[in-house]
Design a protein around this ligand. Structure first.
Ligand code: PLP
Length: 397
């Protein structure tokens, strides 16, 4: 049975060019890059070349790139590391502000900081019905007491792109002491972070959302911004993240960022975005036509180009996902926890989507491997699955 993989926001398939870039390091170049002999120097050179490339893709200096074990660690280092550095400098933890639709990596890091006393309070900025931060409400939460602000570049559930430029301006005006972080894990495949996140002190990315390997990411720490390490040991990454470097992973992250068109002057990103937008729009139009009671959650103009989030009236998302899987369509309903079970979506709740509607949530995310056949398959399978569920539960429908 052909399988249509429409879950790129969860993880994108490895790109051929990433596999090719990593191959020599997986096979033969095994030395520890912190060593001094010739093989170590080779590994070190590969690591530093990867760092240069990541820096050029993200619009920062090589020394500002800290390699991590993925997006979650990058976010934890940004949130907890910047608060710890502040405390180490003898200052109070201050107030943390985040948006209501952040990924659990940010939500839980902020909660941990507040419960440990590294932050005095965590304030949550509300969003509008599209999931975009309400700028007036955010301004009201800012002040000289704010030590950290964290707002994602694009949302992982509904795909909404946040107004980062406006947020940066607000924060600089109303909270001059604050360190500004963006979780750009979802945005990096489609948006030019060198431009979008230029006003941010800390920027988190993860390779596996870009067609790179799982378990590697980076945090951009701009010159002059203090981040205390969470991992202590040999002092790698300029004392910001100890542990023997994952050279293969760093090479994979650099190759993935290059592939998504992040290198300076690349035009690949615009072309790929246009292709994905056209496919996503065909999918959305077709589903709206064929499935009564299916509603797009966010206007397409506000979302990442390959992202489609809908709600289907009278259908339970878990049951829908099982039928889609049986018919070879890999999709998701938004947030899943480690066990794979679905949790109530804090994102939809913050957007004011009623629980009854949220129960029928479906996320279809397209990416670099998506073909016209994948879209055709979803257009055939989703309406049939919904019809089958409604037939088996005519009252609920
Ligand atoms: N932030 C966002 C917005 C994400 O979508 C994810 C992954 O789903 C993460 C952070 C965590 O990244 P990782 O899976 O690399 O730990």
């Amino acid at each position: 049975m052909p399988v249509a993989y429409l879950d790129h926001a969860a993880s994108a398939p490895l790109r051929a060019e990433v596999v090719a870039a990593m191959a020599p390091f997986s096979a033969g170049l095994y030395a520890n890059p912190s060593g001094s002999h010739r093989l170590a120097r080779q590994a070190r050179q590969a690591l530093e070349e990867a760092r240069d490339e990541v820096a050029s893709s993200l619009g920062c200096r090589p020394g500002e790139v800290v390699f991590t074990s993925g997006g979650t660690e990058s976010v934890n280092l940004a949130v907890l590391g910047s608060l710890l550095a502040r405390r180490a400098a003898g200052r109070r933890g201050g107030v943390v502000v985040r948006s209501a639709v952040e990924h659990p990596a940010v939500v839980e890091s902020c909660a941990a900081a507040a419960s440990r006393g590294d932050a005095e309070e965590c304030r949550v900025a509300p969003v509008d019905a599209r999931g975009a931060v309400d700028l007036d409400a955010m301004a009201a939460l800012l002040g000289p007491e704010v030590s950290l602000v964290s707002v994602m570049a694009a949302n992982n559930e509904v795909g909404t792109i946040e107004p980062l430029h406006e947020i940066a301006q607000l924060v600089r005006r109303h909270a001059p002491e604050a360190v500004l972080h963006t979780d750009a894990v979802q945005a990096a495949a489609a948006l030019d972070l060198a431009e979008l996140a230029a006003g941010f002190d800390l920027v988190s990315v993860s390779a596996h959302k870009l067609g790179g390997p799982k378990g590697v990411g980076a945090l951009v720490v701009r010159e002059g911004v203090a981040v205390a390490p969470l991992l202590h040991g040999g002092g790698q990454e300029r004392e910001r993240r100890s542990g023997t470097n994952d050279v293969v992973g760093a090479v994979g992250l650099a190759a993935a960022l290059r592939a998504v068109g992040g290198s300076v002057g690349g035009s690949g990103r615009a072309e790929e975005s246009a292709r994905l937008r056209a496919s996503r729009d065909r999918l959305a139009d077709g589903l709206v036509d064929r499935v009564p009671g299916l509603t797009e959650t966010v206007p397409r103009s506000s979302t990442l180009p390959g992202h489609l989030h809908v709600t289907v009236e009278g259908v339970e998302r878990e049951e829908l996902l099982v039928l889609l899987d049986d018919a070879g369509v890999c999709a998701s309903a938004g947030a899943s926890c480690a066990s794979g079970a679905l949790e109530p979506s804090h994102v939809l709740a913050a957007m004011g989507v009623e629980p009854r509607r949220a129960a029928g949530a479906l996320r279809l995310t397209l990416g670099h491997t998506t073909t016209a056949e994948d879209v055709d398959r979803a257009l055939e399978v989703v309406p049939a699955a919904v019809a089958r569920l409604r037939k088996s539960d005519p009252v609920g429908a």
